[in-house]
Design a protein. Structure first.
Ligand code: SF4
Length: 213
């Protein structure tokens, strides 16, 4: 167990060094100018591209300058605006629920607390970790579909369960890398380690990735 963990820590360092060299400007791919906007964009991002989310969220925020105005709006109207992001009914409920929490319970401040954030339907662990990491710099690992795939293929985890993948990452990457390793693995997953046709021969992890060697 100890040896296995030491081996994985060496692998984690190789991965981090290679990815941070390959993607020096790696960052969150959702645009945001304030914490509440990031949370809403996170809600809209389920099964939707970041590009589409960024466009639709900008439309929403242009019409509603604050959370109070979203909380008080007719849900049908909100649904009409966010429809391009899909899953319209559940995302409408989530957006309005978040806006109400912000105005009625959280005094206008997005909490630095994963469990509190997860009280909002539609905010799961991934988005809650994204919010506390991005907004407050609280060490947290965002395990999305790219991160899950990369970590399994390289051998950091054997699991496909995001909560277990999160734990496996936290066990071998230093805390100060938890936020950035999420962003870096998204970059790798998009550019090289794609779901159906990974480009192993030109991948920056190719010399030590378990799947490649
Ligand atoms: S070598 Fe291949 S499987 Fe491994 S991380 Fe790179 S693209 Fe993915």
């Amino acid at each position: 167990m100890g040896t296995n963990n030491s081996r994985k820590k060496i692998l984690a360092k190789q991965i981090y060094d290679a990815l941070s060299t390959e993607f020096p400007g790696s960052k969150c791919s959702l645009d945001y100018d304030c914490p509440q906007n990031l949370a809403i964009r996170g809600i809209l991002s389920a099964q939707c591209t970041d590009k589409r989310v960024n466009i639709t969220a900008s439309d929403l925020f242009a019409r509603y300058p604050d959370m109070k105005s979203i909380a008080e709006e007719d849900p049908e109207v909100i649904a009409g605006i966010i429809k391009p992001c899909g899953l319209t009914a559940s995302k409408t409920r989530s957006v309005i629920s978040f806006a109400r929490k912000m105005t009625e319970e959280w005094n206008g401040t997005v909490p630095d607390d994963v469990d509190l954030l997860m009280e909002v339907p539609g905010i799961g662990r991934k988005i809650a970790n994204l919010i506390v990491g991005e907004v407050y710099g609280t060490p947290a690992v965002v395990v999305d579909t790219h991160c899950k795939r990369v970590m399994k293929r390289t051998g950091i985890t054997e699991s496909g369960d995001p909560a277990k993948v999160e734990k496996d990452i936290m066990a071998v990457f230093p805390e100060e890398q938890w936020i950035s390793i999420g962003h870096l693995s998204v970059d790798l997953g998009r550019k090289y380690c794609t779901a159906n046709s990974p480009k192993c021969e030109i991948c920056p992890l190719g010399s030590f990735c378990r799947r490649r060697i």
